[in-house]
Design a protein around this ligand. Sequence first.
Ligand SMILES: [Zn+2]
Length: 77
Amino acid sequence: MSCLICAGHAATIECSEGWEKRNCPRCGLYRISQALVLTLMEQGQIFDTEKMRRWLDTQRITVPVPSIEVHEALLVE
Ligand SMILES: [Zn+2]
């Protein structure tokens, strides 16, 4: 599977229902809600890769695996 943030090659990791979990060599380990993935696909939107990586780094100060939900998506404008 590919990374949902940068579209690079990433490992898919088993996780709870309603979530996708990826381990990307460049974006790191993260979870993303399936609802968000579907919304992005429907609207043809993509993540702002650099902004999301910075957001993930900030989250990792407090949580080991950041979870990206709809209201946290930083998209290409
Ligand atoms: Zn990535």
